[in-house]
Ligand binder design. Structure first.
Ligand SMILES: C[S@@+](CC[C@H](N)C(=O)[O-])C[C@H]1O[C@@H](n2cnc3c(N)ncnc32)[C@H](O)[C@@H]1O
Ligand code: SF4
Length: 398
């Protein structure tokens, strides 16, 4: 699809929730093993990875992207995966140097690296810090050894806590991820586990409800009746407990699954949710680029070796490079922005879409207590609306 559409006027606009800014996402597509619940673009390889070859390919793709969107100032760089903490610190440093050669970096640029909390990976933390990483996001997932084993994780709860302690001593900021609504999980046990986790948390915590993703081993077990996840009521009780415990401990949700102390929000994710501009670099990375008044949705080849071959042949691994229509942009803005507690600016929606959101639909949802409009003319989802966010967005979307 390559529709000729009017200018993407929103990308530079300032919102009451803050300037979305520009971010760079770098994908490292390898893991030591594949967790049975995960459908991220991650691959296992038995032979050693030729990191020098990847560094050259990342550099080529960064250069090609910067040629399309020169002069940007990055507020955030995010190494995601897969397992970026399997990269050598020199690899991370080389990629950061290339990014800094092609774009400006904001003085307070956030540089995050996702890490698996095994002891081997924690030994590399000082190297990442020296390379310029200033925030780490650890996949703790659970503080219960039986649950970690059931999730197929390669670390124990103690190893995860040790990695958190090393992260705290090494980086100015850190976050970690937890997964709840696990098989057999009770609200009482989750409250206890979450409380213990918060005692170890810094300024940010991501708390995801387990999703059974299609084509994963968990999906097969679930379909065969061998994986009993909480039903809707139990899931809702676990969600409510999450909100209550996190808020009471100073980490309210600023997004449906993300909690932060004020000022501790992940700037990179805010770029996505505030519908800013971002470059996606590496296998299976997505981007949104504003070029000559048009907004492009980009995606690269997912398979690491095929991505390498494409980049080596033509300088980039793009397999999707579509102009988004105003309606598509408006739907994306809605889908992303309503995940945030701050919601969206109604004027910005109208600017992107070319027409305002339907006042009747807003009024209907507001009467049901699911959304509210603030005096600053922002639309946001209420505490009652978040558990049914998908339905709210579907109702409002163009
Ligand atoms: C790219 S992954 C993880 C990074 C790192 N490889 C790790 O596993 O620690 C980002 C996060 O998504 C979450 N996640 C992945 N699959 C999930 C699923 N099916 N349901 C809920 N959360 C999931 C996990 O909390 C994970 O830490
Ligand atoms: S959860 Fe993390 S370690 Fe596990 S397969 Fe997914 S990306 Fe890899």
């Amino acid at each position: 699809m390559a529709l000729a559409e009017p200018r993407a006027r929103h990308a530079r606009s300032r919102t009451a929730g803050g300037e979305p800014g520009f971010g760079v996402y770098v994908h490292w597509p390898f893991c030591l093993s594949k967790c049975p619940y995960c459908d991220f673009n991650s691959h296992m390889r038995h032979a050693a990875i030729d990191e020098a070859r990847f560094v050259r390919a990342f550099a080529a793709e960064i250069a090609a992207t910067a040629e399309r969107i020169p002069g940007r100032e990055a507020v955030s760089i995010f190494f995601g995966g897969g397992t970026p903490s399997l990269m050598q610190p020199t690899t991370v440093g080389a990629i950061l140097d290339t990014i800094a050669c092609h774009w400006k970096l904001a003085p307070d640029v956030e540089v995050t690296l996702e890490a698996n909390p095994t002891s081997v990976e924690a030994t590399r933390f000082r190297g990442y810090r020296a390379a310029g990483v200033n925030r780490v996001s650890l996949g703790v997932q659970a503080l219960d050894d039986a649950a970690l084993a059931a999730l197929g994780r390669l670390h124990s709860a103690q190893e995860a806590l040790d990695a958190v302690a090393i992260a705290r001593a090494t980086f100015p900021r850190y976050s970690f991820d937890l997964i709840y609504a696990r098989p057999e999980q009770t609200v009482a046990a989750w409250r206890d586990e979450l409380g213990r986790a918060i005692a170890e948390a810094g300024d940010h915590l991501s708390v995801y409800q387990l999703t059974i993703e299609p084509d994963t081993p968990f999906a097969a077990l679930h379909a065969a009746g061998k994986l009993a996840t909480p039903d809707d009521d139990a899931g809702r009780a676990l969600y409510d407990a999450t909100q209550e415990v996190c808020a009471a401990r100073g980490l309210p949700a600023y997004e449906i699954s993300n909690h932060a102390r004020p000022g501790g929000e992940c700037r990179h994710n805010l770029v996505y949710w505030r519908y800013g501009e971002y470059a996606g670099i590496g296998p299976g990375a997505h981007g949104r680029l504003d070029v000559a008044g048009r907004r492009y949705a980009t995606a690269t080849e997912k398979n690491p070796e095929r991505w390498l071959a494409l980049v080596e042949a033509r300088g980039h691994g793009l397999v999707v490079d579509d102009v988004l229509t105003r309606t598509e942009q408006a739907d994306e803005l809605l889908l992303m922005g309503l995940r945030l507690a701050e919601g969206i600016e109604l004027a910005r929606y109208a600017d992107v879409s070319g027409k305002p959101l339907d006042p009747e639909r807003i009024a209907d949802l507001a009467r049901g207590g699911l959304v509210e409009t603030t005096p600053q003319r922002r639309l946001r989802v209420t505490a009652a609306g978040f558990p049914v966010l998908d339905a709210v967005v579907a109702d409002l979307a163009a």
